[in-house]
Design a protein around this ligand. Sequence first.
Ligand SMILES: [Zn+2]
Length: 254
Amino acid sequence: MNASETSGRSDAVTDQLCPSCQKRPIVTAYKYPFFRGYVLAWSHGERRSLGCCSCVRKQMLAECAKAVTFGWVSPKALLCTVCCTPVTFARALAVRPKPHKVRELLDELGIPTNQHDLRVNDALYSVAAAMIKADGYAEPSEIDLAAELLARLIPDFQKDALVARVESWKAGAAPGEYLIFLNKFLNAKGRDMLLMLMAGIALADGRADARERKQWITAAITLGWSKADAKARWAQLEAGESAPAADEPEHVAT
Ligand SMILES: [Zn+2]
């Protein structure tokens, strides 16, 4: 599927317009290096362009022109300019739609893309499946509790979908990228609910496995907790000091 710049709006990652021309939709994103030499120092880094193909191409070509103009004063900058600018130039000429890159960059910036709700739900199924299989086994009690808790978070939750996700999830695999995604888009309450959901699943079979503990603590750290806080909280949960429960389903996504 290769959406062209003018058609395929319904397949577009986002309906937001290109920040440069404000006319065409955002369809592509590129990262490329920049170099500047000065008499006493040099600077370098990475630029990112997001927009329509035409504007992104122009920005990359403009960067090449600047490198040729300013990227030679210091020897290091000259070397980098000579090595990298032709690559950026060639990439600029070949700019094409990259929906996957657009999605990555918008996720990184915390900007919801099209099909956002579906992606949040999908990530929730995956996080639950990862927690259920953290200790290598999918216990029925864990699946039942996960289903009960997810049904409060996902309006059209389907237990079959959860069971299918659990079956396909590799035992012990971490839900890293899904948590990073959810961390961007859940508010503080949503993040807490997610951690309580994960703890509830881990403890549903009445015992806490070391792998479940590790999975939960890693998740808490991904969601912004300090390691010390995460460990202390897990110890409380394991000791049953507060029953994990997710009460109110509303407004967990930002
Ligand atoms: Zn544009």
